[in-house]
Each structure stands twice: as C-alpha cells, then as structure tokens.
Design a protein around this ligand. Structure first.
Ligand code: F6R
Length: 265
C-alpha cells in the first residue's frame, strides 16, 4: 500500500485528481470506478475544473459506481444516480450513456442486478482505477463488516450505524433505504488500480484498521492490503492514529528525493 499523508482535504483532492488526470492522459478511454458520499466531492470538483480548462476529457470514459440504494429512482434527489449527475456528470463532457450504477428499476429483480452489472463491467474491459471512500466501520462500497472478502456485486443490508451516518441526507427518515446493491469486495479487488480517500478524524480508526490491522472481514477495507496497486490518500486527521505515521512521511520524503535526483540527472 502506498500511504500518502497530506495537509488537508484540498491536498487530498488535488492529489487524487492528479492521479485521475495521469490515467486519462495515458488512456483516454479509461474505465473509472466511482464512489458517492462526501469524501470524493472535492476531487470531483477538481476534475470538473480540469475538464472545463481542457486539461482532460471524459468523452471516451466509462464510469461504474460502487453502489446504489434499492427503492430510490434516478429522479430521487437522495439516490446516488442523482448525486452523481449533480456533483459530476452534468459538469463534464462524459456521454451520459457511459455512466453506470447498479440501479434496480421498478419491477426489476434486485438479485439479478449484480451479475448483470459485473458482466457489463467485464464487457467494458474491467475497471482501470477505482476510487473509494471508507465508512467509519471500515466499509468500502456498502460492504459492511463481516461481508465476505470475496463477495461479488449483490444486495446488501446496511448496518444501523451506516443508516445513522447517512441520516443527515434524508428529510424523512422513513424514506431512507436500508438496503443497497453494492459491488463486492472481490469485484473491487479486480480493479487494476485502487485509490482510497479518507479525510477527517472520524475516519482515523477505520483507516488504522484498514492499513495496519489484520486482513479481516470485520474491516472490509483491510482486504485492500492484498491488492497490488493501492494508493491511500489521507489528510492529517484521518492519518492521526497510524502507528507507522512517521514511516509513511519518511517514505514520501525519500520518494521526493529520488524524483528530484532523477530530474537533476
Ligand atoms: C459511497 C460508498 C461508501 C462511502 C463511505 C464514506 O458510494 O460506497 O462506502 O464511500 O460510506 O462516505 P463519506 O465519504 O460520505 O464519509
């Protein structure tokens, strides 16, 4: 795991956007895995800015979101489809037909969505770069603690804590869904590159478990330790409980020195 500790939320977003920019420069028809929630918002704003300035284009990009609530239609302001439209897709030059979420329309069988979604991801060549946030309980996507570390895209019941954490987004608690369709941990692990973002003190314990704890279903994000190409971008607060904090900063310093010496050569 490449753990990078940055000053603040803005620095995390700048670095995350730079990684996406680099991918799109090398591979304009890249397949991106996206997350909703608060954490990637600043990154999406950077990407919108980059796109408006002509630094990158999403014209040939395909996106797959991690998850979607069951029971909220695309027009519902609380649905992740609506969130993605509002926070990213409407502001960039992406083809709306190339943006996918594991949505379960009225009358559709929720159990059939997962396998179909995975087949669609495969048909587009798989995910090049998966952006992830992390829940306070260590979830990635809606893979709550005790999810199988090899799970596939499927229906998942949210924990009471996750429902509570997301309550602020719902005016009427009775309309807040308790189930979602989420990419599985096994599905996420197939992405060629993973970018985990975490900001704020409320994520510090989950980050510690994910980065330094044992690989365990009780902290789904810990499975990322088994992925070959993971970058973890943290602000100081989210990194505050890392035992290896100083080591990660030392690594970053050595990398900088190495890059500088190559630039001088
Ligand atoms: C969202 C998702 C979740 C969030 C996580 C953190 O698509 O899959 O795993 O990334 O709940 O949410 P925020 O960023 O709102 O703290």
């Amino acid at each position: 795991m490449d753990v990078v500790i940055l000053k603040d939320d803005a620095a995390v977003a700048a670095e995350a956007a730079a990684i996406v920019r680099q991918l799109l420069t090398q591979k304009p028809a890249a397949v991106l895995g996206l997350a909703s929630g608060n954490t990637p918002l600043a990154t999406y704003r950077r990407l919108i800015q980059d796109c408006k300035q002509g630094l990158i284009s999403f014209r040939d990009v395909t996106t797959f979101n991690l998850d979607e609530y069951i029971g909220l239609g695309a027009e519902d302001p609380q649905s992740y489809r609506h969130f993605m439209q509002r926070e990213l897709f409407e502001h960039i030059d992406i083809d709306p037909g190339s943006t996918f979420l594991p949505e379960c329309g009225v009358g559709e069988d929720p159990l059939a969505i997962g396998p179909a979604y995975e087949a669609l991801i495969r048909s587009r060549g798989g995910i090049d770069l998966q952006i992830l946030g992390i829940g306070q309980n260590g979830h990635i996507g809606f893979n709550e603690p005790a999810s199988s570390l090899r799970s596939r895209t499927r229906v998942k019941t949210l924990t009471r804590d996750t429902v509570e954490a997301n309550r602020k987004y719902f005016d009427d608690p009775l309309k807040q869904p308790r189930t979602a369709i989420t990419m599985g941990i096994g599905s996420i692990m197939e992405a060629r590159q993973v970018l985990l973002l975490a900001t704020g003190a409320s994520k510090a314990e989950a980050v510690r478990q994910a980065v330094e704890g044992p690989v365990a279903a009780m902290c789904p994000a810990s499975m990322l330790q088994m992925h070959e190409t993971v970058t973890v971008l943290l602000d100081r607060e989210a990194a505050s409980r890392l035992e290896l904090h100083d080591y990660f900063e030392w690594v970053a310093e050595q990398k900088r020195l190495l890059l500088d010496s190559r630039a001088d050569a």
